[in-house]
Design a protein around this ligand. Sequence first.
Ligand code: NAD
Length: 312
Amino acid sequence: LKGKTITVVGSGLIGRSWAMVFLSGGYKVKIYDNKPGQASGAITEIRKQLEELQQAKMLRGNLSAAEQLSLLSSHDDLQQALEGAFFVQECVFEDLEAKQTVFLEVENLVPESVIISSSTSCLMPSNVFSRVQNRTRCIISHPVNPPYYVRLVELVPHPETLPAVMDVAYSLMTDVGQAPVRLKKEIDGFALNRVQYAIIAESWRLVQDGVISVKDIDLVMSEGLGMRYAFIGPIETMHLNAPEGMEDYLQRYSEGMKRVLATFGPVPDFSGEPAARIIKEICELIPSEQEHLTARRERRDQLLMGLAKLKK
Ligand code: NAD
């Protein structure tokens, strides 16, 4: 795959991140946006970020920032942007119509062999690719923000996606240093958001029911579960947490798990009085004015950068 060309369609937050990830692996990247000037603006932004990363010794891959930049070009014309690509990563707004239109246009402009990949967080492959004629080469490659430090990519097939297409996407993601996982079939929310929403729901219920404060439930994750989850998942955790491994764990703890799980409440409404209370509590900790949110986002990315270094 090395030296091949990838087209990134949509040059917002995620489009720029994908471009940087692919460049780090030595791929030629052509970035396109339908808003005139947006794609060339993305190059300016990417240049700035690559130079900063180089200074901080956090640049990914074996190439210098200048070498990576020389592989990048911006295009206001889709046909030109798609020329020579073997893989297209779509990163436009999370809007079904917008994405379907993009796929129709892309399909008309590329040969049959080109893989069409979507960054969608919430749309199912069977919806998002419903207007594509040849769906065997379509796949969702769902990144996690910010992809430069959080390497997971969920690969989600359309029911018609060829296994070989999944394999190419998997090899590409591995080659550029991401951590791909394969979903064997499509499901709403994929894997990451299903687990994330389970955590959000129970955290919400615990605060709503007056069991714990917003500050403390967040500490349960950041000082407790999150400490291990950066390195081992929930299943390995079970396996390691009983002297004789998983079977032992199940013997010791499955009754307790079932008892506690049976006390879980219904899906929260995320509105009304409980929402008002939780909004007030989190805004007392972190006011929702831009300056505060920006500062906390910068802190998050700085810490994730350190964690990414540690995981390496
Ligand atoms: P964004 O709003 O930052 O960027 C969208 C870009 O797409 C804009 O530059 C816009 O001009 C461009 N665009 C819109 N219509 C287009 C078209 N028809 N052709 C070409 N370009 C077009 O959005 P984002 O946060 O980068 O999200 C992009 C996708 O990535 C969404 O599907 C989103 O769900 C997914 N995603 C986002 C995150 C995240 O945390 N932001 C994480 C994972 C996946």
